[in-house]
Design a protein around this ligand. Structure first.
Ligand code: S3P
Length: 175
């Protein structure tokens, strides 16, 4: 099996679905942010602070080149990964890419449910967050839409919803 890369905006459920999908397929799961944190012994937030976004994007590209070489795994990349350098073409050349597409409302709800510190959205009010997400989606979607498959994601607020999404994703993409 070609490795599978899940992509999409922050809060789309890339890690949640990726984890459950890998388990269902019986393969290893890699989250690119976690992989970066493990390799650098620093959180993504710390890397942003110390090297700025530009420094983070370079590290992210290098680490993407490590994990995308792994065979037969499920990978979830960061929300910005497809939008820098030639990352999207690179991922498409090696892996089965799936865009997890969610509305700004669903993304906002998921981000409010999560506890991960995300440097790009820290300190934003609910209203600011939804407006910011909408604006970012407008610029990022052209990259995300280059994925080989597009899968609509709804609100994932229970274990059952996650399992159901994995089943639907497998049916829709034939993996
Ligand atoms: C980012 C998304 C984050 C992380 C970093 C930047 C982005 O990943 O890579 O904070 O640019 O959208 P998740 O989408 O996994 O939260």
């Amino acid at each position: 099996m070609k490795s599978i890369i899940l992509l999409g905006y922050m809060g789309a459920g890339k890690t949640t679905i990726g984890h459950a999908l890998a388990k269902d397929l019986g393969v290893q799961f890699y989250d690119l942010d976690w992989y970066i944190e493990m390799r650098f012994h620093k959180t993504v937030a710390q890397i942003f602070q110390e090297r700025g976004e530009e420094g983070f994007r370079e590290i992210e590209r290098n680490m993407l080149h490590e994990v995308a070489e792994f065979e037969n795994v499920v990978i979830s990349c960061g929300g910005g990964t497809p939008c820098f350098f030639d990352n999207m073409d690179y991922m498409n050349s090696l892996c089965t890419t799936i865009y997890l597409k969610a509305s700004a409302e669903v993304l906002s709800a998921h981000l409010k449910m999560g506890r991960v510190v995300r440097p790009l959205i820290v300190g934003k009010s609910e209203e600011e967050l939804t407006a910011y997400i909408q604006e970012m989606l407008n610029t990022r979607e052209p990259f995300y839409m280059k994925a080989k498959h597009i899968f609509d994601v709804d609100l994932l607020n229970s274990r059952e919803k996650v399992d159901e999404s994995v089943k639907m994703l497998r049916d829709a993409t034939g993996i």
